[in-house]
Design a protein around this ligand. Structure first.
Ligand SMILES: *Cc1c(COP(=O)(O)O)cnc(C)c1O
Length: 490
């Protein structure tokens, strides 16, 4: 954008020089000359490196030169396509891109979208204690696979396994990279070369390319679909069971909801059938709630403990959705099945690292102490009282109006997101910003997004809505300040 603006202000390079040739040239030839003139505007790499240095770059000479060359490829393409870029504009574009590399892209932003578990904003922010546990594990050696008492190998899952056992009644646990890999691994270890029975109503796409039938095939298992899109009974699973049946897979529909003439076999029914036929029930819960969502005025979301209690052999869940911890995939359940999954070669390929394990354990301890609602950010956001959010919106609005910004506070609704509780909303309050000086709301929203910290809201009726349910109260002042600076910066 900026470089285009600049390009306009740069005189069309050397066109006078061309004219000064003073003879009639065929169209093609003059086009070539013009093209060469455009390309002559490209500054030497050494000058670009020098310019980046002057602008404060601390990258090494070698890295700067390579980055400049890479960026110049894009410039050449633009020039070849007929874009007119002056020397200054090119230099600005290249140094801008290089300096961008020196700024951490994954710096904190403020989520004022009203979507609590926002996948594009990195899902669950973790508690301070969890973040600290992750920092310490990252920065130091930890006894990840050594038993300090005996100095023998083992125990990678001891901490999380013990906590999950105490929290959910599961006999054992394995933690992997995310829930997608948990499902893939469980199916590969249990279903490969055999049939896995899935309801037609649960052969769903979760998003991001995760489609149950595809994952099942990738695992080497054979998909046996039963029932209909809207109604599937335990007897459908029974009829499809044969000597080749390795598992019944239940999948939480996560991001959509069906109602009306619908029926799904419960985990309990399938577990009873499975006991008769010697078939384990695998349940992909997705969001993996450990708390009862109905206490917060939300629809019931099956918890990990409920699935275990109902008789699932293995339950798979995400670490960073409703659990509110780091990215991870949990596989919990009966000891023999967890052991079988752990021994599968894929387990090594998708294993969780020490920081995820340390963070997950710290988050699980919040639940064990009964403090998840007050300390785990996802649950603090879900549990925040509407009246408190309203007071915060009121204070924020006042501060912004005091700075000459056209802001108001309004009631809005937030959602849980992250493929949990589709259609469920929580009442909330937002600071609503009206663009001023004839600016478009898109431009205002863009400036806030690229600020420091970036602020992400949502646009409704040509106004920028900043929903405070998804902002922690301790970040209110930071938000107000970022909005002030973003609006002032034109
Ligand atoms: C979100 C989800 C997944 C994928 O979980 P990730 O942790 O994102 O890999 C799998 N299954 C269900 C039902 C989900 O909701």
């Amino acid at each position: 954008m900026a470089s285009n603006d600049l390009a306009m202000t740069v005189p069309a390079p050397q066109s006078s020089h061309l004219n000064s040739i003073g003879r009639d040239v065929p169209a093609q030839e003059s086009g070539d000359a013009e093209r060469r003139a455009r390309f002559r505007q490209i500054p030497p790499v050494s000058a670009l490196v020098e310019a980046a240095r002057r602008q404060g770059s601390r990258f090494s000479e070698e890295v700067l030169a390579r980055a400049a060359r890479a960026e110049l490829e894009g410039v050449r393409r633009a020039l070849a396509e007929g874009e007119v870029l002056g020397r200054e504009a090119i230099a600005e574009r290249v140094t801008g891109a290089i300096l961008d590399l020196e700024t951490a892209r994954l710096a904190p932003v403020i989520n004022a979208t009203g979507v609590i578990v926002h996948t594009n904003l990195g899902r669950a922010p973790v508690s301070a204690e969890t973040a600290e546990a992750m920092r310490l594990a990252a920065a130091n050696p930890v006894a990840l696979e050594i038993e300090p008492e005996s100095n023998e190998r083992g125990g990678r899952m001891r901490e999380v396994g013990g906590l999950m056992r105490a929290l959910t009644g599961a006999e054992a646990a394995l933690v992997v990279n995310n829930c997608a890999s948990a499902v893939l691994l469980a199916l590969a270890a249990i279903g490969a070369g055999k049939g896995v029975v899935v309801s037609r109503g649960e052969a769903v796409e979760i998003g991001g390319g995760f489609r149950v039938p595809d994952v099942l095939r990738q695992s080497g298992a054979r998909l046996v679909e039963v029932g209909t899109t809207n109604r599937t009974y335990a007897r459908d699973y029974a009829a499809a069971t044969d000597a080749e049946t390795s598992a019944y897979l239940k999948v939480h529909p996560s991001n959509f909801r069906s109602f009306g003439f619908v029926h799904a076999a419960s985990t309990g029914e399938l577990a009873a059938l499975g006991r008769e036929r010697g078939v384990p029930v695998l349940e992909d819960l997705g969001s993996g709630a450990l708390l009862d969502t109905t206490r917060f005025g939300l629809a019931p979301e099956p918890t990990v403990g409920e699935a275990i209690e109902a008789g699932a052999a293995l339950v798979m869940a995400s670490g960073d959705k409703l659990l509110g911890g780091p990215q991870a995939g949990l596989i919990v359940g009966r000891k023999a099945w967890v052991e079988r999954v752990t021994r599968h070669p894929l387990a090594r390929a998708v294993r969780a690292d020490k920081t995820a394990l340390a963070g997950l354990a710290a988050t699980l301890r919040h639940y064990a102490r009964g403090e998840a609602e007050t300390l785990v950010p996802v649950w603090r956001m879900i549990g925040a009282a509407e009246s408190e959010i309203r007071d915060r919106a009121e204070r924020g609005r006042q501060a912004l109006v005091g700075s000459g910004i056209d802001a108001s506070e309004e009631p809005v609704v937030s959602t849980v997101g992250g493929g949990s509780l589709p259609g469920e909303t929580l009442p909330s309050w937002a600071i609503v910003i009206k663009p001023m000086r004839g600016e478009s709301v898109d431009e205002v929203a863009r400036r806030l997004r690229v600020g420091d910290p970036g602020v992400f809201g949502r646009i409704e009726r040509d106004r920028l809505v900043l929903d405070l349910r998804t902002v922690l109260p301790e970040d209110d002042d930071v938000l107000v300040d970022a909005v002030r600076r973003g609006i002032a910066a034109t």
